[in-house]
Design a protein around this ligand. Structure first.
Ligand code: LIP
Length: 272
């Protein structure tokens, strides 16, 4: 058993990778058996499946067994209660890209990050459908397997391939569509894959030049955000605000300001 607060980012990453791989196996098996017990949350299109809940229960149980003093914040069951809180909290999206999972599209992920005293120090994003896996530790770089990731060096907006996503609320989607209409003529193109954690992995790998989205939760970006910063990219909100639910913007340093200016002009962090 680990002593809380004495674990290095590398030790926490090792635990995260092992547990995420086990959880990915569950997600894959339940997908193969057919998605069941589909319910909705904030709107009729914001779905949660039996697999989301089963995977989160599995990860929480595994972490409890190994590190009982740690906290866990999960998308489906929230902040787990703990008696003597230590400095470590795990942040989990059991299946990021749930709509893709529901439709059998191979673009969903188990995303697990460890924060110590509020700072994310280790993270893993694992795609159960493809086996692709990305990892990062604070100061240790971003990796896909043994390949270190450095993101895109793109510096001009008109050549940038930009990833984004949309909320579930129709009023928010209408505003996001307006922002998109104003941006699409200024960039190379737009991509919407449906899982923020994997969008951020693609950004760290240079398969996207930039990414922005309004409405992300901590579990959507905790692990992917560390990958992106460790790949040398810049992360923030608009007009000096931190990257949070209001706006999550990530881009190479040379591209961040021009994309930021366009998003401010388009009121991308405004609206419902
Ligand atoms: C998804 C995000 C994605 C967003 C989707 C959805 P979920 O998370 O990862 O970026 O555009 O609307 O919120 O709901 O699949 O865990």
């Amino acid at each position: 058993m680990n002593i809380p607060g004495k674990s290095t980012p590398e030790e926490l990453l090792k635990i995260a990778v092992r547990i995420a791989r086990e959880a990915a196996g569950t997600a894959r098996r339940m997908r193969a058996d057919g998605v069941t017990d589909v319910q909705t949350k904030s709107t009729d299109t914001d779905v949660v499946t039996a697999a989301d809940r089963a995977v989160e229960r599995q990860v929480v149980a595994a972490l409890r067994a190994e590190r009982p003093a740690d906290g866990v914040l999960g998308e489906e069951y929230g902040d787990s209660a703990r008696t003597a809180p230590g400095p470590v909290r795990w942040i989990l999206d059991p299946i990021d890209g749930t709509v893709n999972y529901l439709y059998g599209l191979p673009q969903y992920a188990v995303s697990l990050a460890a924060e110590v005293d509020g700072v994310v120090v280790a993270g893993v994003v694992h795609n159960p459908a493809t086996g692709a896996e990305w990892t990062a530790t604070l100061g240790g770089g971003a990796w896909r397997g043994d390949r270190r990731l450095h993101g895109s060096a793109r510096g001009t907006l008109d050549q940038a391939l930009v990833g984004t996503g949309f909320g579930y609320d129709p009023a928010r989607r209408a505003h996001q569509a307006t922002v998109l209409a104003g941006l699409i003529t200024r960039v190379r193109d737009i991509r919407r894959f449906g899982a923020a954690s994997l969008d951020l992995c693609m950004l760290a790998e240079g398969q996207l030049d930039a990414y922005f989205e309004k409405g992300l939760s901590p579990w959507d970006h905790a692990a992917g955000g560390l990958l992106v910063t460790e790949a040398g990219l810049r992360v923030g909100g608009l007009s000096g605000r931190p990257a949070d639910e209001r706006m999550y913007l990530a881009a190479p340093p040379a591209l961040f300001d021009p994309l930021h200016a366009a998003l401010v002009e388009l009121d991308a962090d405004g609206g419902p």
